[in-house]
Design a protein around this ligand. Structure first.
Ligand code: SF4
Ligand code: SF4
Length: 292
């Protein structure tokens, strides 16, 4: 039997978040005007967003999507704010939750800049740096999850109390990622489908000549290629559309090759620095590259 202690982690599914802000409102409701001694001082009425929702729109009409990214304190296991705070000012609990001490941190405006995620907010009235405490005061009273997870109508936020081995298994199984892993802070907030926010898609609509009439062509084979290698494959849907998602928007050169046994072929080249809709691509016998 292992002896690993269980700790708290947040798992956010970007594909499920619709930006409703219920989680941000629950945090405001919990903390504005309420002191929780030993955990946090009251959040000011204005200016703080202990959980904030970032929005990103990708693509061009008619292939456009929007993604929402809830951001908060990551309760990092190698937290720069703890290192900057000094003894007892910012501490990590045995369950992984990071607490900025509402007494000892008074006057420590410097801590705001110590967080590379922008998760520490300055309370001018109380002269305090503040962050979202994972609702530690509620968990210590027996709550099973923090309020943000309880109010999320789509199940986009999950809070789990598991061992490091268990979370590592979840990370692998669900392909979770953290924000800015290169910082080496080891966040406890994990994201599923983060590609919806930080990567790009390549899409288009495929057309063909059906008895003299231009129609959308479903079932066409589409290959996304880079450096003469196929990196992804798809088939067009009923509306002739295809979409490769999760492609790095790093300025790489890609080509899209499309074939259909009855309508011919075509291709398009693209340099990817953001999501792109390639437009309407006409299949032709012999494969001339063509948009319409
Ligand atoms: S996200 Fe920022 S405030 Fe939260 S633990 Fe990490 S460094 Fe500290
Ligand atoms: S409550 Fe859930 S769906 Fe709404 S913004 Fe928060 S995470 Fe997204």
């Amino acid at each position: 039997m292992g002896t690993e202690a269980k700790g708290w982690y947040l798992i956010v599914d970007v594909a499920k978040c619709d930006g409703c802000n219920n989680c941000t409102l629950a945090v405001r409701d919990e903390y504005i005007g309420n002191d929780f001694p030993g955990y946090s001082a009251a959040q000011p009425k204005h200016g703080h967003q202990w959980i904030r929702i970032q929005r990103r729109v990708r693509g061009d009409v008619p292939m456009v999507d929007a993604a929402y990214l809830p951001r908060t304190c990551n309760h990092c296991d190698a937290a720069p704010c703890i290192a900057a705070g000094g003894p007892g000012v910012v501490r990590k609990r045995d369950d992984g939750i990071v607490i900025i001490d509402p007494e000892r941190a008074k006057g420590r405006r410097d801590l705001v800049a110590s967080c590379p995620y922008g998760a520490i907010w300055w309370n001018e009235e109380r002269q305090l740096p503040q962050h979202w405490t994972f609702d530690a005061h509620l968990l210590d009273q027996g709550a099973t999850v923090p309020r943000c997870a309880g109010v999320c109508p789509t199940g986009a936020i999950r809070a789990v109390k598991v061992t490091p081995t268990e979370i590592a298994n979840v990370v692998e199984r669900e392909q979770l990622r953290v924000l800015e892993p290169a910082l080496g802070t080891h966040p406890r907030v994990y994201y599923r489908n983060l590609h919806r926010f930080d990567r790009a898609f390549v899409g288009g609509t495929v057309l063909g000549d059906v008895s003299g009439v231009v129609e959308c062509i479903g079932g066409a084979q589409v290959s996304l290629c880079k450096d003469k290698r196929t990196v992804a494959e798809a088939k067009t849907d009923f509306f002739g559309e295809f979409k490769f998602d999760g492609v790095p928007a790093d300025g790489g050169a890609y080509s899209v090759w499309i074939t259909h046994p009855d309508f011919g072929e075509t291709h398009a080249d693209v340099t990817l620095s953001d999501s792109v809709y390639l437009g309407r691509l006409m299949l032709r016998a012999g494969g001339a590259s063509a948009g319409v």
